[in-house]
Design a protein around this ligand. Structure first.
Ligand code: HEM
Ligand SMILES: *[C@@H]1O[C@H](CO)[C@@H](O)[C@H](O)[C@H]1NC(C)=O
Ligand SMILES: *[C@@H]1O[C@H](CO)[C@@H](O)[C@H](O)[C@H]1NC(C)=O
Ligand SMILES: *[C@@H]1O[C@H](CO)[C@@H](O)[C@H](O)[C@H]1NC(C)=O
Ligand SMILES: CC(=O)N[C@H]1CO[C@H](CO)[C@@H](O)[C@@H]1O
Length: 580
């Protein structure tokens, strides 16, 4: 190895002598052979034993990047949709280090995966990251642990508990309405939008507002009060210690770099104080301190209520956390089925991550779609204005067909969560509803998958498949769900019924036992906020017609092309509704 020697002569001058130089060469050789074996294992052996080798899919281009660079360069999930068109509903592609990943948009395969959740856990790496970030809450627990947690938590999301938190949704929605109307009257710069309005975007009586930011404040306040009777006051106060701690923790937690990956895997390395770890620990100290205090307070209140003889359902906090603690304390829960205090604490963080940005993002995309399709906004407003009640009940608001259609259609077209990943927990055979042509030319009607294989579930591709939704699958048509307006044809309806989602024949809330626990909460929240806003203001695309692109991290959010430095945002023209 001639290229190594020129660098070695400096060693003697360090007093190490040629024995040390030999040692260095041996070390290099050893490292080299470890790398070579790792290469042989990862690239050649793993590929050779790949049980699903015959699945079709795009050619890899780079050993290192696989198809990852195409995936990152394209719009979220666009590559997956394109591959589904060229290779069939089930295919494989290449991730980092040439590792193989299966992707399936086949409803039969998806149904199998989602109904056998024990065989398809979240990947080990994802779980390690999430456990460090959230603790062992319901989003990350697997197997028996998960079932135990869901059993305690399910009652917290019952129809009655949604009814109980409706006033929180209305209070916060009305506060948001006042905040936006106030912003329109106030003409100081810099609060409403990260970038100043250009001349053509100034309109009498209206204002350019980054609606995403304010919807985010609103959903954060909602999850605080409805989740654990804690008011972040994001809409009314500039700063909150707990909100800041959560935000910092989540953004540090989402920075995946090589060191962070090593930290998750190599024992002991997790304790090394990198910048990322230090930020996470400092924020966690705050969230845990406040979280534990909230839990103690609620336990105390529930015990008090018991000793003073209050009835079980009486006024001792209707928030999710109180319900969870009460369910956990109930006499009919056996001790081994109970959640530990650490697990209860982990649910707080879990609800904060799973319930804040998802809901605000869904609302943001709804406003985007109704400004892109102004006739839908007019129709929606007409329906909402016709309601006499300022605060319709959950049943009444759910019964509004067009509001329901707008929300359903937006969640279908621009699903906040674009996809999710599972891993085969054991060797398993996945049945396919639609066979695909293998690389050897033979048709494949089931896929043999070995333990550890990674599987991507492309939520947005299924949501918008023409095969399932018809030729207008990519269009925003809220009336497609309404039987009285033509609705869907029978054949498509049957295709949709084959989608194993928990709600609405779409996978936006996923499906099976690991489906979103909060979907009824989210739907009620979104509808209330939209109902309140649409009755008092109008939303329009800016006259400068900025191009909006979709950026995916945990959820898919908008960004303005050309204003990347301003971060994620959705600026719209907001006008108070002329009172007639
Ligand atoms: C529009 C809003 C929402 C969307 C689109 C959404 C979507 C989803 C999706 C796709 C999953 C599956 C994630 C995966 O396994 O990879 C999920 C799980 C979950 N969601 Fe939601 N969610 C929303 C709102 C909420 C809210 C408001 C809450 C709580 C208050 C919540 C709590 C959860 C929890 C706890 C899980 C984990 C369930 C489990 O693994 O058993 N979500 N959600
Ligand atoms: C990487 O993936 C390709 C494509 O299937 C495969 O042919 C090849 O053997 C793998 N290994 C290497 C070293 O490229
Ligand atoms: C991945 O797949 C795409 C599309 O089929 C292909 O054009 C590309 O060369 C592949 N490789 C990379 C690195 O993306
Ligand atoms: C909640 O969501 C909003 C908007 O997406 C975001 O700005 C904020 O940082 C989130 N807060 C927390 C605590 O996650
Ligand atoms: C939001 C999103 O990812 N939408 C995608 C849905 O799927 C179609 C193809 O089926 C893509 O073109 C969209 O970008």
């Amino acid at each position: 190895m001639p290229s190594i020697y020129p660098s070695i002569p400096m060693l003697p001058s360090l007093g190490l002598g040629y024995r040390a130089a030999d040692f260095a060469v041996y070390t290099l050789a050893a490292v080299g052979s470890v790398l070579a074996s790792a290469f042989a294992y990862l690239w050649l052996y793993k590929d050779w034993v790949l049980t699903h080798k015959n699945l079709p899919g795009p050619p890899r281009e780079s050993w290192f990047w696989g198809n990852l660079s195409s995936i990152i360069a394209a719009e979220p999930a666009a590559m997956h949709a394109q591959w589904a068109r060229t290779h069939g509903l089930t295919y494989r592609y290449r991730m980092l280090f040439n590792s193989s990943r299966i992707c399936t948009a086949d409803p039969v395969a998806l149904n199998y995966i989602l109904t056998h959740s024990d065989k398809f856990p979240k990947p080990e790496l994802t779980r390690k990251f999430l456990v460090d970030l959230l603790g062992n809450g319901v989003l990350v627990a697997e197997g028996a642990d998960h079932r135990r947690q869901r059993r305690v938590l399910n009652p917290c999301f019952s129809p009655q508990s949604i009814r109980d938190v409706m006033p929180v949704f209305y209070d916060k929605a009305e506060e948001l309405r006042e905040k936006l109307l106030g912003l329109i009257e106030d003409d100081s710069e810099g609060i409403a939008s990260p970038t100043p309005a250009v001349k053509e975007d100034t309109v009498a009586g209206g204002r350019k507002i980054d609606v995403m930011r304010f919807l985010g404040m609103c959903t954060l306040d909602v999850i605080g009060v409805a989740g654990f009777s804690y008011d972040f006051k994001a809409l009314s106060q500039p700063k909150n210690e707990l909100a800041e701690a959560f935000s910092k923790m989540f953004s540090a937690g989402q920075q995946f770099n090589a060191v962070a990956i090593m930290q998750a895997f190599v024992p002991g390395m997790g304790k090394i104080p990198t910048e990322r770890s230090k930020t996470m620990w400092a924020s966690q100290a705050t969230t845990q301190r406040i979280g534990r205090r909230l839990i103690q307070e609620k336990k105390w209140a529930i015990k008090q209520a018991h000793t003073t003889g209050l009835e079980k359902g009486d006024d001792i906090g209707k928030d999710l956390l109180s319900l969870c603690i009460r369910a956990n304390m109930a006499a009919d829960v056996r001790p081994e089925q109970k959640l530990t205090d650490d697990e209860v604490l982990a649910q707080i963080t879990t609800f904060m991550l799973a319930g804040n940005e998802t809901s605000s993002t869904a609302l943001t995309w709804i406003l985007y779609l109704i400004t892109q399709n102004p006739e839908t906004q007019v129709k929606l407003r007409k329906e909402c204005m016709a309601v006499q009640d300022e605060r319709p009940s959950v049943e009444d608001i759910t019964a509004l067909p067009y509001l329901g259609g707008v929300v359903h259609e937006a969640l279908r077209l621009l699903s906040p969560v674009q996809g999710t990943i599972r891993e085969a927990g054991e060797d398993v055979v996945i049945p396919l509803g639609t066979p695909v042509r293998g690389r050897d030319g033979q048709m494949i009607d089931s896929v043999k998958v070995s333990k550890g294989s990674s599987i991507f579930l492309p939520i947005s591709v299924i949501n918008t498949s023409e095969h399932i939704w018809g030729p207008d699958a990519k269009e925003f048509k809220p009336e497609r769900y309404s039987a009285s307006e033509g609705g869907m044809d029978e054949k498509l309806r049957a295709e949709q019924n084959s989608i194993p989602g928990v709600w609405g024949n779409i996978l936006s809330f996923l499906g099976g036992r690991r489906g979103c626990i909060g979907y009824q909460f989210a739907l009620a929240e979104i509808k209330v906020i939209l109902f309140v806003l649409i009755r008092s203001m109008e939303f329009e695309e800016l006259a400068s017609k900025p191009k909006i692109e979709k950026k995916s991290s945990v959820v898919m959010r908008p960004r303005v092309v050309g204003e990347e430095t301003a971060g994620l945002q959705l600026p719209l023209m907001v006008k108070p509704l002329a009172q007639s």
